[in-house]
Structure formats: C-alpha cells, structure tokens
Write a protein that binds this ligand. Structure first.
Ligand SMILES: CC(=O)SCCNC(=O)CCNC(=O)[C@H](O)C(C)(C)COP(=O)(O)OP(=O)(O)OC[C@H]1O[C@@H](n2cnc3c(N)ncnc32)[C@H](O)[C@@H]1OP(=O)(O)O
Ligand SMILES: CC(=O)C(=O)O
Length: 537
C-alpha cells in the first residue's frame, strides 16, 4: 500500500478539477441525457466538489440550451462548482459580436466559457478551410469579446498534441494568442487520443517553457492512457485537468476524473476536493451511472465493485494478516469496500474471511479446509459462488449443520402447452411439506420458471406470509459445456429482492428447469432465513 504523499513537487497554488461529463461525456455512443438528467448529474458533481462543470453547448441543440436556462433559473444550486458553457470560436469571416453561437455562450448565464479552437494547422486549412491567420483572428475576436462581456474564458486547443508535432510554431502561437486575448487557461487537447504519457509530458513541458500560459489537459482514452496522460501533463506543469465521471465520452471515452483526482489526492497528497468528498466518490460515480443508465464497469479503478475484491487464495491468506498487503489504498478512502470472493481459486483463508463476514467462526483449519474442498468440488460441477453469495451461505450453513428446514419439496412438475391460437400456457405443480402440512399447489405463468415461482409462493404463503414480499429481479442462464447442444449442462443465477435486501442463488443441471428450481428454492430458503422467520414445525 502506498497512500503516503510522494508528489514530485508542490501542488500548484491554483488547481482546477474540470468535469465535462455533461458535454464530452454525453458524446458517448448510446448515452442520451435529458435536461432533468443533466440537472441531477450537475447536483451530484457539485456534491463531489469539482471546481467546474461543463454543462453542454448552448445554442447547439435545444436540450443544452434548455439546460442552461434551467440552471440560470435556479433549478440546480451549485455550492462548489462554477458552471461552464462550451462553444467554438466565431465562424470564418464573421464577427464574434454577431455570431449566434458566441451569443448563446455569452447569454448562457455560465460564469465561464470554454471555447474550442483549432490548433493544428492541417485542421485549420483542411477542416475549417481558412487561413492560419484567420483562425488566430477568430480566437482573438471570440475570447476578447466574451471577456469584454464579463465572462471568464478557457481555451480548448483542439488536436494540440498532433498539431504541435506537425507545426510547433503555429500550435504555440494559438496558445499565446488566446492568452493575449484574455483566456485564463490554454487546455491542451489530445482530441484523437493517440498520445502516450512520455510524449504528453515532453510537449506540455515544452509549452510551459515557451509560453507563460497556465496550462490544462484534456485527454481521450484511445491508447488506454488518458488518465496516465493527464498525470503526465500535471507532472509537466498543467494546473487544470479535464475529465468525465466513469470515463464517459466520444469513442473510447475521456480521462476518468475520479482516478485522476484520487491519484493526485492519495498518491501525491494534494487536497483538491473539499475535505471528505473523495470518500463519497464510489457512491457518486454509481449514482451518476444510474442517471446515465450505463452499467458501471466493475473493474473501474478505485470505485468499481471489483476494485478491492479478492479471489485468489494466496491474496486472501496474506489479507488475513493485513488487508494492506494486497491493496494499494484503504478502500474507505474512496468510499469503496473490500470484498472476499469464494470460488475454485479460494484457499482456506478466503473461506475463513468470508465466513467471518457472514458471522461464522471458521478458525478451525480442518473445518475451513473441508468447506474449501466442498466449494472446489461444487465449482467443478458448474456452480459459481463469487456471484451467488446467498448460495454460499446456504452451503456453509449446511456444512455446519445450521441450516433450518423451512420446507421440503416432495416433487414438482412443469407442463407447457401451445394452443392453436398461438398462446402458450405453462402450469407448474408442486407438492411440498411446510409447517406440518402437505400441500399440492398449481401455479400458472408465462414460462416454466414463472409458473414454478407462482406455485412455490402459493404453497408457502399460508405458513410464511413474508414470501409475498419476495420478487425475482433477475434470471440468467449460462451454457457450461458449449458444443454439447441441447444436452449441455446449464447454470442458472436468480436474483431476488424483498425491497430491503437483494440476494443471488445458483442452480446447475442438465435440465434448465431443474437448475432453475434449485436456484429458486434456495432463493426462498435464503429469503426466509434473513426475514428472521422461525421454521414452522
Ligand atoms: C473535439 C470535440 O469534441 S469539440 C465538440 C464537438 N461537439 C459537437 O460537435 C456537438 C455539437 N455540435 C453541433 O450541434 C453542430 O455541429 C453545430 C451546431 C456546432 C454546428 O452545426 P452546423 O452549422 O450544421 O455545422 P457542421 O456540424 O456540419 O460543421 C461544423 C462547422 O463548424 C466549423 N468549425 C469547426 N470547428 C470550428 C471552430 N473551432 N470554430 C469555428 N468554426 C468551426 C466547420 O468548419 C464547419 O463549418 P461549415 O459549416 O462552414 O462547413
Ligand atoms: C475539446 C475536445 O473535446 C477535444 O479536443 O477532444
């Protein structure tokens, strides 16, 4: 673990954490944010404590224009952040004062305008189809107009790194022109995301030497180096970092802002967010993922579900001595948790730690070894416990002779019939004993698992009314021995919720309904166990 401060130099007196989730993040394929989504995310970003929130591009589309109007009308209150509006330099041959998109920036109500300008000579000539001089005039005119109108301005230098390699003098001229016109920061953009950290470091250092500009960095992740490139730029003198939550963005995304900030706070020892905010990062990153409706990657640095999950037996045995032996930071610093996984890669230590998390004393080496062997044996048969904690607890309790018997299923049968009207009906019949009574219940459903679920619920309700709150929230089937066709072994994972707790159980069988029944009956058993219901005798 290396949470100690080891910055190569002091934190710059002024440092900006600039979030562009609502603008560049929204350029991600498949991501669509309504005005209400944007307002909600802006509130969450402000809670994280970033300094600037780029809200979008006013005037470019009705949604972004409406977002700035709503923000100006007080529909979101920012305590920490300054709202920033994004736009480009005035059109070729026009004037900033008469340019409708410059007007939209100016009238957006945002305290800061972030203006994107071409800084690669080839883009000026080929994409903008104008002269290098006119591009500089567009920068001067736009920046000075907005500054004169009372707005602070940052300049995003588009394609800066590629431009610097192609025509260094011109790229530097763009930076100087922006500064002379009154821009506060020249943000060097790796627009195509093709840079590597050493290249970024060298170029940022050269720009810092050649100009007196305050520099920022905006990196895309096409080489998988966006966060590293950002840190390299900071090491070379950048005092402004741009990124998005969860790395959303065009193509492969932008630099993920949380690891950038966490690295600078926890590795360099720089305070960037308000005290205590970093410990909210996991919650806020997941809350934003809820709004974007993009499932968060479990392997995201710092905030992922798996960021501090330990599967290998060797890791667990050392973690038993000290968790920090296999963790680079204390997960609590970013609001995350250590998790112990149980699988065929487990050793005794995984089982002991997991058991103790569940409240069981497995310090007896032989007992822990016996349960470890059982887990490995079951995993070899196709079960998986790392994603089915509830089934692991039931296995553990069975081995410890601590599994209450809530019901005994004597038999079940499923019958599916397709009618001439094209409607398929499914009926499940279950015979079971619970609370000293034998019952036979028929359930109907739109498929075999649904019918079995209805039948089991009906059979248990008179004895255990609490099952009325159980609801199947997810059902996943996986073929284990691919190539076997329809006689392959299948694994079924069922997720159940009672509104307060969610649990996952696993079943395995050559018959998918048999596997489903196993997972389903375990789901009810686990739910009853944790509803603190006594088994009816
Ligand atoms: C690197 C980045 O991610 S920057 C952010 C990119 N984001 C977006 O493009 C999303 C929002 N964009 C839009 O809604 C539209 O593109 C608009 C409203 C900005 C412009 O739309 P249109 O007027 O229809 O133009 P279109 O998108 O086809 O082309 C862009 C025009 O801007 C010009 N342009 C490009 N960059 C700049 C710049 N920095 N300054 C001024 N003009 C520019 C182009 O040369 C082109 O000019 P043309 O109309 O004479 O051909
Ligand atoms: C400005 C911007 O988004 C880019 O250059 O990538």
């Amino acid at each position: 673990m290396s949470t100690t401060a080891s910055a190569p130099f002091e934190r710059p007196a002024e440092f900006h954490v600039y979030d562009t989730t609502l603008r560049d993040g929204a350029q991600q394929e498949g991501l669509r944010l309504s005005v209400a989504d944007k307002l909600q995310i802006a509130g969450l970003l402000d809670e994280l404590g970033v300094n600037y929130i780029e809200g979008g591009w006013p005037g470019a589309n009705p949604n972004d224009t409406a977002f700035f109007a709503a923000a100006a009308a007080g529909e979101v209150t920012l305590k920490n952040a300054t709202l920033t509006a994004f736009g480009f330099t005035r059109r070729v041959g026009g004037t900033a004062a008469d340019d409708p998109l410059t007007a939209a920036l100016r009238d957006s109500g945002a305290g800061v305008a972030c203006v994107v300008a071409k800084s690669h000579d080839q883009h000026v000539v080929r994409a903008l189809r104008t002269t290098l001089e006119e591009n500089l005039a567009m920068i001067t005119d736009t920046v000075s107009h907005l500054v004169a109108e009372g707005q602070r301005v940052f300049l995003d230098c588009e394609h800066f790194f590629d431009g610097f390699r192609d025509n260094k003098a011109y790229a530097l001229e763009v930076v100087r022109t922006a500064m002379d016109a009154g821009a506060e920061v020249a943000v060097l953009c790796d627009t195509n995301g093709g840079m590597l950290p050493t290249w970024v470091g060298e170029i940022v250092a050269e720009v810092a030497q050649a100009t007196d500009a305050r520099l920022g960095i905006h990196a895309h992740n096409d080489t998988g180096c966006a966060v590293a490139n950002t840190i390299a730029a900071v090491d070379a003198g950048a005092m402004h970092v741009q990124g998005t939550i969860n790395g959303y963005g065009e193509r492969t995304g932008n630099a993920d802002l949380v690891p950038i900030v966490a690295n600078l706070e926890l590795k360099y020892g720089w305070q960037l967010l308000p005290a205590g905010s970093l410990a909210e990062a996991t919650r806020l990153s997941h809350a934003i993922a809820e709004v974007t409706n993009v499932p968060p990657s479990t392997r995201q640095p710092y905030v992922g579900l798996s960021s501090f999950a330990h599967k290998a037996g060797l890791h667990a045995s050392a973690i038993k001595v000290d968790p920090n032996l296999y963790q680079h930071i204390d997960p609590e610093l970013v609001g995350n948790d250590m998790r112990m996984l149980v699988s065929d890669m487990a050793g005794r230590a995984n089982i002991q730690i997991k058991g103790s998390e569940l409240g069981f004393d497995l310090s007896d080496r032989d007992l822990a070894a016996k349960i470890t062997d059982k887990v490995k044996e079951r995993e070899a048969d196709g079960y998986t416990y790392e994603g089915a904690d509830a089934s692991f607890e039931l296995l553990l309790r069975a081995e410890l002779d601590q599994l209450p018997e809530y019901f005994v299923a004597r038999s079940w049968r499923v019958f599916t019939q397709s009618g001439t009207d094209g409607v398929t009906d499914t009926e499940a019949t279950i015979r079971l004993e619970a609370g000293g009574h034998s019952t036979r219940v028929v359930g109907e459903g739109n498929g075999p698992v649904n019918a079995l679920d209805h039948a089991l619920r009906e059979a248990l309700l008179p004895v255990y009314p609490v099952v009325d709150h159980f609801e199947l929230s997810d059902y996943r089937v996986r073929i284990l021995d691919q190539g076997h066709g329809t006689d392959a072994t299948t694994r079924v994972l069922i997720q159940t919720t009672n509104g307060l707790r969610t649990w996952t159980t696993v079943g395995v069988g050559q018959n998918v309904i048999e596997a489903s029944w196993e997972a389903l009956s375990q789901a009810y058993t686990y739910g009853l166990l944790h509803s603190e219901v006594e088994p009816a005798s």
